[in-house]
Ligand binder design. Structure first.
Ligand SMILES: Cc1cc2nc3c(=O)[nH]c(=O)nc-3n(C[C@H](O)[C@H](O)[C@H](O)COP(=O)(O)O)c2cc1C
Length: 348
C-alpha cells in the first residue's frame, strides 16, 4: 500500500491508461479485476453510450477511473478547413470521392455539463482529464462527490498549475507516451521531455502524488519509475493488443511489426500532436502539417479516407497510435498483462 493505492482504493499503484477509440469498459473491468485501476475514456462517447459503459463498470463494485478531454472547442475556420481539404484533395481524387460530400465537425468532445449529469449518477471514485482541467464550476461538480481528480502534465509548469488548480494527483506524461500529448499551457513541443527526465523534476515541484506515464511496458519499467520516486504508473500502449481492447486488426499488426520501433508525433488525424506509427499519409504529407485545422477539427476530412482504406485492409490513413516502447504490446488477457506489470512492485 502507498498513498496512491489508499486514495484510489486499488491493490497496485497501476492505472490502465484511458485510450479513446481502442477500448470500452471491458478493458477497464479486466484491469480492475487484476488489481489495477481500470479507465473508461469518454472523449468519443455520447452521453447515452457513456451511461451504458458506466453501468457495466459500476456493476463490478470496484473503483474505476472515468476520463475526459477538456479542450476549448475551436471556432470553425473556413479558410483553414479549405486549406486542409486542398492538401487532402489528391487522396479524395484517388478514391473518386467528392470533397464537398465530406461533412466538417468535431470527432472528440470536451467534458461538459451533459457529461457531468451522467457522471453524477455514478459518482466514480476517480476522474481524470487530458489537456488541463475543466472550468471551475464543472470541476466543482466532480469534486462534490469526493472524486479523486487526476490530469496529465508534460512539463513541470503544468504539474504546478494542476496542483494549484485542484488536481489531487498529477500524471507525468513523458514524450515517449502513445496517443495525444496532454499539454495545455504551451504548444511548444520543445519544452517537453522524456518520462525519466520529467518525473523527478515534477516530484520535486509538487506535493500531490505523481504517476509516471510514457514508455513503461514491463515490470522492469515499473520498477525503474518507482525507483525514481513515482507514486504510481499509468500504462497505455502495453494494453493495446490485449484481448479486451477494441484495437483494429491492422492497428494490432502494426504494433507487433518492426514499424512500431519508430513512432512520430503527428497532427494529421486530429489537429493536435499525438504519437503513432508512421503510415502513408504521414510519410507523404509530413507528420506535422501546417494546414491541419485546430484540434479536434482535422479528423472530419480524413475520416472517409481512413474508412475507405480500412475496408481494403490498409491503415494508410488510420491513426496507428503507439508509444515509443511497443515491446510490451502482446496478445493475451489484460489480467495477465496487469499481473506481469505488477511484478515490478516487488513482493507484497
Ligand atoms: C491509443 C491511445 C489512446 C489514448 N487516448 C487517451 C485518452 O483518451 N485520454 C487520455 O487521457 N490519454 C490517452 N492516451 C494517453 C495515455 O493516457 C498515456 O499517457 C500513454 O498511453 C502512456 O504512455 P504509453 O502509451 O507509452 O504507455 C492514449 C494513448 C494511446 C496509446
Amino acid at each position: 500500500m502507498n498513498r496512491l493505492t489508499e486514495r484510489l482504493g486499488i491493490r497496485w499503484p497501476l492505472i490502465q491508461a484511458p485510450m479513446a477509440g481502442v477500448q470500452n469498459a471491458a478493458l477497464a473491468i479486466a484491469a480492475g479485476e487484476a488489481g489495477a485501476l481500470g479507465s473508461l475514456p469518454c472523449a468519443m462517447l455520447a452521453p447515452e453510450a457513456m451511461a451504458a459503459e458506466l453501468q457495466r463498470l459500476a456493476a463490478t463494485g470496484r473503483p474505476y477511473n472515468v476520463n475526459f478531454f477538456c479542450h476549448t472547442p475551436p471556432a470553425p475556420d473556413a479558410a483553414r478547413e479549405a486549406g486542409w481539404r486542398a492538401a487532402l484533395a489528391p487522396y479524395f481524387a484517388e478514391i473518386g470521392l467528392d470533397p464537398a460530400s465530406v461533412p466538417a465537425g468535431a470527432g472528440r468532445l470536451p467534458f461538459s455539463a451533459a457529461a457531468a449529469d451522467v457522471l453524477e449518477t455514478f459518482r466514480p471514485r476517480v476522474v481524470s482529464f487530458h489537456f488541463g482541467l475543466p472550468e471551475p464550476a464543472l470541476l466543482a461538480r466532480v469534486k462534490a462527490w469526493g472524486a479523486v481528480v487526476l490530469s496529465s502534465a508534460t512539463t513541470v509548469e503544468e504539474a504546478v498549475w494542476l496542483e494549484a488548480h485542484g488536481a489531487d494527483a498529477v500524471i507525468a506524461q513523458g514524450l515517449e507516451a502513445g496517443g495525444h500529448r496532454g499539454h495545455f499551457l504551451s504548444h511548444d513541443l520543445t519544452l517537453q521531455s522524456g518520462t525519466f527526465a520529467l518525473l523527478p523534476q515534477i516530484k520535486a515541484a509538487v506535493r500531490v502524488p505523481v504517476i509516471a506515464a510514457g514508455g513503461i511496458a514491463d515490470a522492469a519499467g515499473v520498477r525503474a519509475a518507482m525507483a525514481l520516486g513515482a507514486d504510481g504508473v499509468q500504462v497505455g500502449t502495453a494494453y493495446l493488443c490485449s484481448d479486451e481492447a477494441t484495437t483494429s486488426a491492422l492497428h494490432r499488426a502494426a504494433l507487433q511489426s518492426e514499424a512500431a520501433r519508430h513512432t512520430q508525433l503527428t497532427t494529421l488525424f486530429t489537429g493536435r500532436p499525438a504519437r503513432g506509427i508512421p503510415n502513408r499519409v504521414m510519410r507523404e504529407l509530413g507528420p506535422m502539417h501546417p494546414a491541419a485545422p485546430a484540434f479536434p477539427l482535422a479528423t472530419a476530412a480524413i475520416a472517409p479516407l481512413r474508412a475507405h482504406w480500412e475496408k481494403q485492409g490498409q491503415g494508410d490513413f488510420s491513426p496507428l497510435w503507439s508509444g515509443q516502447n511497443a515491446s510490451g504490446c502482446r496478445s493475451g488477457s489484460a489480467k495477465a498483462i496487469t499481473a506481469a506489470l505488477a511484478e515490478g512492485f516487488g513482493p507484497i
